[in-house]
Design a protein. Structure first.
Ligand SMILES: C[S@@+](CC[C@H](N)C(=O)[O-])C[C@H]1O[C@@H](n2cnc3c(N)ncnc32)[C@H](O)[C@@H]1O
Length: 359
């Protein structure tokens, strides 16, 4: 199937959602490693392996210029020059790389004091080259793989990313393609066909989850994007609770109903922005299931601090803020006692307790 050049037209809505999620995540990620108080890291590497020319036909910014825009904004941050920042932009189309270099200049996005590595390279070669840096335990890495289709994030590539220290990644994948052509031998990833086609991207995530080494704590989250009849999606990965927490905040900003799609993935028939209803059965399915489980666990005394609540939120793919109502209700009912409303991600090393009142 010929691949359309998406930069010759205006980006469609799904592409803009994808770019917005990546951009918002990068905006949250950067200050963690740029700030003075971050652990002593000597380098930061930002990878965009399918970089494109930087803009669409209407001058809307693509992923590389969005990264540079935020770096430019953070330039004045205390500690900006503490770690050396390396930008790696690759695309297999030499013309797009030339256009990108030009666009960086003409749009005023050249940021001083960073190392630029902008090259016309295909993914396989570029990824091979990046392996040494990805394995560096003293460098923080953010990786964006905005592939066309499905073929580049092979199990080997995925495992390499998962095993890289201090490395968060986001990759895009055409989940519908895997659904339709999962018997085609050139497509190596195998996914289980879901009963509900809307959940095809979740099945793709399950496939990748099965590749995480047994016993390794690793966090993955999906975000599904629908374009016509096709479902695409982003898969996010991080070894750190802080990373997945930031991603969930970003995802719920884009989808207030389920935090994981730009369409009604759970058939909730709710409209984003609609005021929340006071009855549990009127909540979006996902939030309702989470609240019921949290309440049961708290009533049984199986959660004793805020860190355990954060972990439960991550398992359910909800934000920490979703725990607030249950905590408030159980406190009011005299079942638990605690001195916070929303679990705080900054407290994961010294979590505040939750005390059972009948103890
Ligand atoms: C979906 S576009 C990327 C869009 C970009 N992230 C943006 O925001 O504008 C995919 C890009 O990947 C490039 N590409 C396609 N196959 C490639 C490969 N095997 N290796 C590297 N780049 C590739 C294309 O030239 C195209 O610019």
């Amino acid at each position: 199937m010929p691949i359309k050049d998406l930069h010759k037209k205006p980006f469609d809505e799904g592409t803009l959602t994808k770019l917005q999620i990546f951009e918002l995540y990068a905006r949250e990620w950067l200050p963690v490693f740029l700030s003075k108080s971050s652990p002593s890291l000597s380098k930061i590497h930002l990878y965009d392996f399918f970089v494109g020319p930087g803009i669409d036909s209407k001058n809307i910014l693509g992923s590389p210029l969005r990264i540079l825009q935020h770096l430019r904004n953070f330039q004045r941050l205390d500690g900006f020059e503490k770690a050396k920042i390396h930008i790696h932009f690759f695309d297999n189309a030499p013309k797009k790389i030339e256009q990108l270099k030009l666009n960086v200049k003409t749009h005023g996005f050249h940021v001083s004091n960073i190392e630029y590595d902008i090259q016309p390279l295909g993914f396989e070669e570029a990824f091979q080259m990046a392996k040494k840096e990805l394995a560096d335990p003293h460098a923080a890495k953010l990786v964006f793989i905005d592939q066309n289709g499905v073929g580049n994030v092979t199990p080997e590539v995925f495992r390499e990313l998962v095993n890289s220290p201090i490395c968060d990644f986001l990759f895009f994948i055409s989940s519908s393609t895997l659904y339709r052509f999962h018997e085609v031998s050139s497509i190596k990833q195998k996914i289980k066909r879901p009963n509900d086609y809307y959940h095809v991207h979740r099945s793709v995530l399950d496939f990748y989850r099965s590749l995480v080494p047994a016993g390794k704590q690793y966090f993955l989250a999906p975000f599904s994007i629908k374009k016509g009849a096709n479902i695409y999606g982003l898969i996010f990965g991080s070894a750190h609770l802080l990373g997945i927490d930031k991603f969930l905040q970003v995802a719920w900003k884009n989808d207030q109903i389920s935090g994981q799609a730009d369409f009604d993935i759970d058939h909730d028939n709710l409209i984003p922005g609609q005021p929340t209803l006071p009855f549990r059965e009127m909540l979006p399915r996902k939030v309702g299931i989470f609240e019921a489980e949290l309440e049961g666990i708290l009533r049984r005394g199986q959660i004793t601090n805020e860190l355990q609540i954060i972990e439960l939120c991550v398992q359910h793919g909800v934000k920490r803020q979703h725990a607030e109502n249950v905590l408030k209700d159980l406190k009011k009912a005299g079942i638990i006692d605690l001195n916070f409303r929303v679990p705080d991600i900054k407290r994961i090393k010294s979590p505040r307790p939750i005390i059972m009142k009948w103890e």
